[in-house]
Design a protein. Structure first.
Lengths: 246, 312
């Protein structure tokens, strides 16, 4: 089996959207195009229960084919890497399940197999997760209430880069913030295999008032398209990497 | 497609007396009490055919399958068992119709490392270091890295006291990215290296296991001076003095195999023993030499020590 590239949007937010289209709908659209949308809802350390707005967090991930998690900012680092890995496994598993259905019949999935056989298949999924190339577009909500959490977000992203770069497969990251100045999103950090140089760019982030999550996801989705166009233009030999098959 | 949507839900609560029958192998287990809960599922003490066993149950079927795979590969390692032995793997259909995955392991009874050292003394530190390094060495030789090595995953079983691994869920094939980790024990968190599964990753966590005995509340990083901080923490523990240089080298990732580190620990232990017997000999040769009888050596040494304290 040839390894493709897994594409993910990782949305970090602390509340609900209040402008533009429904974020769940745009997430579904992204998923349709082979991009998984994961969402992490960040709570303040003194918040005891999750506010109603964070129901949206779960909904976006559900229609985006991804994983969601609500956390206190202190445990953000571990959560970010767990969510990313979990989503990779989930995507790969969906792919394997599709293959299984073709072999075993329409209703069969991994759970319907005996535990022994399941083990063998999971080994394949794990192998794929380790060796697949991964592209993560990090989308950071920089509306006013996020301001105090940005240093933790920075730490968590550097940590994510440490984790993912310990894999065998290749990685590419980029960071966008929203709302942007004139557009829905704003580029913070361009596609790069490592995130350790983001310390310089993070303090420059300014906080805005509105939270246009839906339009932000839509714009983020286009960044994958743009980049692959550019890349296939520049490095013809690498274009084969884009034949993902999801 | 949505394999684990239940991921963020709480752990499964089973009441004592609940009977669990496997969907595939039809074995019957009776739940007795909860032993613990982690990121993936909960572990219960259960009874199977009159014998106690540990049963791990979770909604996360896939993660459980991965853990079972690890346990199975560890079974193939020759010699002393590295992890608990695996007895059964199955699914349970709850009365409500949900399917949960579970596996059953040998039930290991013992006490925590910190508790054992607290009651039996620091002489055991070296012993457990060597035991743990020996097990790690055998694991590493088969191409696996423990990963989530921490106090909670270790237990001291009695007669003879031996350190054993209770949870091997984080075990990762060498060369891959560490699957599961706990910040305090993770060199990535401290900025002291990558999360690639290699022997030196486990050896870093090894140091933290022994530091954790003396810093039960653990500590967190402060700025970018992690190496300095960790060295200071090692230096502050008197019981770890004989091993401090070795531990520091492990923190820096200088050991490429557990065998190398074990060799140096053994040398350090012998050094301590030699020095102890040298001191004993010297005190024997002093003033009281003619009074000393074999049984009384200890008492006299103690008295002498107390007097010397009084007249200082």
């Amino acid at each position: 089996m040839k390894n493709g590239t897994l594409k993910q949007i990782l949305l970090l937010t602390d509340g609900c959207s209040n402008k533009g289209e429904d974020p769940s709908a745009t997430a579904a659209l992204a998923y349709q195009q082979g991009i998984t949308v994961n969402v992490i809802g960040i709570l303040d350390d003194d918040q005891t229960e999750s506010p109603d707005g964070l129901q949206e967090v779960e909904d976006i991930a559900l229609s985006g084919g991804g994983v969601s998690q609500i956390v206190y900012s202190e445990s953000l680092s571990q959560t970010v890497q767990m969510v990313t890995r979990q989503a990779m496994t989930q995507t790969l598993q969906g792919f394997v399940n599709k293959e299984l259905r073709q072999i075993l019949g329409s209703d069969q999935s991994l759970e319907d197999l005996e535990p022994e056989k399941r083990g063998e298949i999971m080994e394949v999924v794990e192998d794929l997760g380790e060796t697949s190339d991964l592209e993560v577009l990090v989308l950071v909500d920089t509306s006013a209430s996020m301001h105090g959490k940005l240093p933790t977000v920075k730490e968590a992203l550097i940590d994510l880069s440490i984790s993912l770069n310990s894999r065998i497969g290749r990685n590419r990251f980029c960071i966008y913030s929203f709302p942007g100045k004139r557009k829905a999103i704003q580029k913070v950090f361009d596609w790069s295999p490592k995130l350790d140089s983001i310390s310089a760019v993070f303090p420059k982030l300014t906080s805005g008032g509105i939270t246009p999550t839906g339009p932000a996801i839509r714009e983020a989705m286009y960044q994958f398209g743009k980049k692959s166009l550019l890349r296939s233009f520049r490095h013809d030999d690498e274009s084969g990497m884009e034949e993902a098959g999801y | 497609m949505m394999m684990n949507p239940a991921w963020k839900k709480q752990v499964i609560e089973l009441r004592p007396g609940t009977r669990i029958t496997g969907k595939w192998h039809l074995n019957k287990y009776t739940i007795q009490k909860k032993l613990g809960a982690g990121a993936i599922g909960a572990v219960y003490l259960c009874e199977f055919e009159g014998k106690p066993a540990a049963l791990k149950i979770s909604e996360k079927g896939t993660s459980m399958t991965v853990e079972v795979n690890v346990l199975k590969s560890l079974e193939k390692v020759q010699g002393n068992r590295l992890g608990p032995s695996l007895l059964d793997v199955d699914d349970w259909v709850t009365p409500a119709g949900n399917v949960l995955s579970f596996y059953v392991m040998e039930y290991l009874q013992g006490e925590t490392l910190a508790h054992f050292i607290g009651t039996h003394g620091k002489d055991w530190i070296g012993v457990f270091m060597v035991q743990l390094l020996e097990d790690l060495e055998r694991l590493h030789r088969t191409g696996w890295i423990f990963g989530d090595l921490k106090a909670e995953n270790l237990i001291v079983v009695s007669s003879p006291p031996r350190i054993r691994w209770v949870d091997v869920g984080g075990t990762t094939r060498a060369g891959r990215a560490i699957k599961e980790y706990t910040e305090f024990y993770d060199r990535g968190y401290w900025g002291m290296g990558t999360r690639r599964a290699e022997p030196s990753y486990d050896l870093f966590a090894f140091v933290m296991v022994f530091l954790n005995i003396y810093y039960p509340n653990r500590f967190v990083k402060t700025g970018d001076q992690s190496e300095k901080l960790l060295f200071k923490k090692i230096d502050h523990v008197k019981d770890l003095h004989p091993y401090r240089n070795i531990l520091k080298r492990a923190v820096k990732g200088s050991y490429h195999s557990s065998a190398d580190m074990k060799r140096e620990i053994i040398t350090a232990i012998n050094e301590v023993k030699r020095r102890q017997s040298y001191h004993r000999k010297k005190s024997k040769l002093s003033l009281h030499q003619h009074l000393v009888e074999p049984g009384g050596i200890g008492v006299l040494a103690l008295l002498f020590y107390l007097f010397s304290l009084l007249f200082q």
